[in-house]
Structures are given as C-alpha cells and as structure tokens.
Design a binder for this molecule. Sequence first.
Ligand SMILES: Nc1nc2c(ncn2[C@@H]2O[C@H](COP(=O)(O)OP(=O)(O)OP(=O)(O)O)[C@@H](O)[C@H]2O)c(=O)[nH]1
Length: 320
Amino acid sequence: MTKENVPAIQFDWAQLFEALNIGLILVDEQGCVLLWNEWITKHSGIHSDTVINKALINAFPEPLAGSFIAAINRALSTKLPVVLSNALHKFPLPLFNLNGSGERISQSIILSPLKNLHDQGKLMCLIQVNDSSTSIKREQMLRDHSETHKKDATTDPLTGIYNRRFFDAHYKLEISQAQRQKTTLSLIMLDIDYFKNYNDHYGHPAGDAAIIAVANCIKNKLQRSSDMAARYGGEEFIVLLPNSTSTAAQLFAEIIRQAVFDLKIPHLSSLTAKHLSVSIGVSSCPPGMIVDADTFLKNTDLALYAAKQKGRNQVQYLPL
Ligand SMILES: Nc1nc2c(ncn2[C@@H]2O[C@H](COP(=O)(O)OP(=O)(O)OP(=O)(O)O)[C@@H](O)[C@H]2O)c(=O)[nH]1
C-alpha cells in the first residue's frame, strides 16, 4: 500500500493496539520499551506505565531467555523478520492464561524490524506474540482422535484384542507370505461351549465378562510377536500362527483349552462340564501348498465343528 492509497480516515492507532488480540511490544535499538499493549499487560500482569522507556530485559520479574534477546538483535542487524518457532521456544516470555491457573501461554513470536521515523537511520523491533495454546491443543486433540479412530478400526471394543476386520486383512497377507517363503501357516478357531445357555443362566453382563476372560487367556498364551488373536464373532475367536507346524499348533490349542478350563468359571448349564470350556479346531497349510484363504478358513471351521460334534471341550485337527 503506497502513501497515496492509504484510506483517508481519522484513526486512533492507540485504540487499535489495545483492541488487538495479540501481544505487541516495540523496542528501540537499545532494547528500550516504546510500546506495550493491553494484551501483554493482561497476560503478564505488568502495566505499560512501569516499563515504557525502560529496558525490556528488566521488564519481567524473571530473566529473558538468551535466545529471545539474540533473536531481537538478529532482526535488527539483518533487517529481516525473525520467527521463533513454537516447537523450539514454547514459552519465551513469562505470559500466563487468564483463567487463574498459573499456566503459561505457549507462544509463537515474530520479531519485525521497523524504521524509527523519529530517529533517522535507527531501527525499532516490533515483537508480535500469538497465543498458540489453543491451536496446539486442537492439533493434539486431532492427533488423539485419529489414534483412537485407528484403534477403533482394528480392535474389538469388548475384549481389546483385534477384530475380525483386522484379522481378515492380516490373514490374507500372512497366507501369501507363507506361500512365498514356503513356511507352514496354522489357524486355530475357538468357540465357547453352550454359551447361549451361559448367557441365559448368568445374564448378558456375566456373558461379556466370560468373553473377556477367554480373550485374555488366549492373549496371555501367545508366545511370538507374529502370533495374532482376534475376536471372530460373538463367542468365537481365531488365532493365526505363522511359521508353526500342525503339531505345534495342536499343542498350542491344547494349552489354550486347558488354560480356559483352569479358569474354573462356573457354567452350570453346560452339558459338557461344570466349568466354562471351549472347543477348538486346528488346520495347517504346509509349505508349498497353494490354498485360497476361504478354503483354509472353512477347513478350520470344519475342524471346530468336529470338536463340537465329538463332545466339546476338546481340540480337533483337520488336514487340508
Ligand atoms: N454376553 C454376550 N453374549 C454374546 C455376545 N455375542 C454373542 N453372544 C451370545 O453367544 C451365544 C452363542 O450361541 P450359539 O451360537 O447358539 O452357541 P452355543 O450356545 O455356544 O452353542 P455351541 O457353540 O454349540 O456350544 C448367543 O446366545 C449370543 O447371544 C456378546 O458380545 N456378549
């Protein structure tokens, strides 16, 4: 904007400075305070009368950071604006929130050299202070929200283990990797016995607690970081064991079956035992065998069906 096209209005600049929702401090080349607006007064508790024409370094009750003083000198010597990054300098000035909590405002600061029209050839430095607490909190909220969202998309809310959607995606990757690397991939499907009776007898909240107990039992027995358990349906779970032979998978299934039974959760309406039990189906895809994901899953489900048919509370293996 040139001088010619500046709007010809009567303007109270002092009023503008006071109304701004940012902090403004103006210092001369000696670091003497020439302007100190209302925003700074509000957030520092220091009135302009006590600091005008005095050294900025003595304005606050605590010493100013060396990096802040250096930034003012840099703006004046290079005649270029300097930005104090919020990431590196969170609280350059002792400024506080107005809520009385004593919490410091995190600040983003721009230092701009200005010509001092009253003192030819001399410069002043305008210090603009922005309260970036709100934008930082908003960013943090967005980050937290996106983390929660990601977690929601992959985990089962009741048990905290992976959900079926995540399992399906992961399972397809594991099948192709096992086929490429010629390793054995094993699958375990597990279902709580007579769970409808359990719910009817003990109530739905107790049923939920039993599902959580079984999920924890499975989770605690997983040995390798590549093993993965998911809640597959209401009271049905699935475990993926990469690089695990059929023998190892059956042994592992038996460990889980026993561990659930050892929880000794009373199940008086079960026709199998007095305690909560699970039936487990196991299937393995040996090295070099090409099988599609659905066939492998169906085979494991058939093994589970066989475990149910043969009396429940047991492990059955069905070769592909
Ligand atoms: N408490 C609770 N119950 C659930 C949940 N999801 C599914 N169920 C119940 O699980 C029961 C499953 O019943 P069925 O599929 O008939 O199986 P079952 O009674 O275990 O019979 P078998 O598997 O043959 O031993 C149903 O009553 C569902 O309502 C859940 O999240 N919480």
